[in-house]
Write a protein that binds this ligand. Structure first.
Ligand code: CAA
Length: 307
């Protein structure tokens, strides 16, 4: 685990076993599932009201939600309304039983150029405290389905932070990552100093945060910030392919697997190992664990029921 970065581990856990995707029945993650028609109606009606993002469903049977940040004139700067829409779309896709994973992307020029500096320019300290400024940005981390960031172009400041909140990051060949807040007299405010250090180590994170310099997609790949690098025009389809692969597995077990890897960021090794063991044991309470092992022994594909 120490040698592998979070995105690579999650990707590995999710694609380890081939299976057949069956649209979910019953319950996912102990939450009641709204009917597919209802969720689709909600998604479509909200989609038409979103101003700064586009929402679609791609992949086999629409099993991968695709959220495209769409504020091109501002290089997808993350203004408050955009973040509220992003949180809302992700929550809707999380509740959609036909969706197994979500891809977040931007444009070829920018995934996101950071928090909206024009919106922040005149904010006073007291406003930050009173509104708990940026508190709602961690919505991405509360989504239980796997989220893949497909980063083309700039992922700077809050853009890099949102990418790091995702479970897997794929980069386009021209992607640039950076935490340039220091250049405008502030510091990362949505996890950049913390997640970057965990992803690429203290020295490299310090260098990026203290100089404000950007790194290339290749450096991000070499340093373990991203899982892989792709030609820009193939990036989103590569991310969707990973989502489709995840969709072949049991949604219940995928949720447990994501939770286990994420705990490695929060807990000591012994606490994390204990947590993993409890989750591993609880897979034995699911029908999908029984079906998966039976299918292996019977040399056939498993038929998961997400139960
Ligand atoms: N906020 C608001 N507007 C932004 C923006 C941002 N973060 N980044 C770019 N834009 C706007 C520009 O103001 C410009 O708008 P106008 O045409 O109206 O002037 C438009 O997007 C295009 O930008 P540029 O002309 O600057 O494009 P460029 O190709 O010359 O440069 C860039 C691209 C290097 C990304 C440059 O725009 C840039 O440095 N952006 C700021 C990056 C940054 O500092 N991000 C961190 C923000 S702070 C933060 O994110 C805090 C946190 O932790 C949450």
């Amino acid at each position: 685990m120490a040698a592998l970065m979070k995105g690579r581990v999650l990707q590995l856990c999710s694609v380890l076993r081939e299976g057949r995707h069956i649209q979910s029945r019953g319950r996912i993650f102990q939450q009641p599932i709204p009917s597919l028609a209802l969720v689709n109606a909600r998604l479509m009606s909200k989609e038409s009201t979103y101003e700064h993002i586009l929402v679609d469903k791609k992949g086999d049977g629409g099993c991968v939600g695709l959220v495209t940040l769409n504020r091109p004139k501002a290089l997808n700067a993350l203004c408050d309304p955009l973040m509220i829409e992003l949180n809302d779309a992700l929550k809707t896709l999380d509740a959609d039983p036909s969706v197994a994973a979500v891809v977040i992307t931007g444009s070829e020029k920018a995934f996101a150029a950071g928090a909206d500096i024009k919106q922040m320019e005149n904010i006073e300290y007291v406003d930050c405290v009173k509104s708990n400024f940026l508190a709602h940005w961690d919505g991405v981390t509360r989504i239980r389905k796997p989220i893949i960031a497909a980063v083309n172009g700039y992922a700077l400041g809050g853009g890099c932070e949102v990418a790091m909140m995702c479970d897997i990051i794929l980069a386009g060949e021209k992607a640039k990552f950076g935490q340039p807040e220091i250049i405008i007299g502030t510091i990362p405010g949505a996890g950049g100093s913390q997640r970057l250090a965990k992803a690429i180590g203290k020295s490299r994170a310090m260098q990026m945060c203290l100089t404000g310099d950007m790194i290339t997609a290749q450096q991000a790949n070499d340093w373990g910030l991203v899982s892989s690098v792709h030609p820009p025009d193939q990036l989103v389809s590569e991310a969707i392919k990973i989502g489709e692969k995840i969709a072949t597995h049991s949604k219940v077990i995928v949720g447990m697997c994501k939770e286990a890897v994420n705990k490695s960021y929060e807990l000591s090794l012994s606490e994390g190992l204990n947590y993993e063991k409890k989750l591993f044991h609880s897979t034995f309470a699911t029908s999908d664990r029984a079906e998966g092992m039976k299918a292996f022994v019977q040399k056939r594909k498993p038929e998961f029921t997400d139960s």
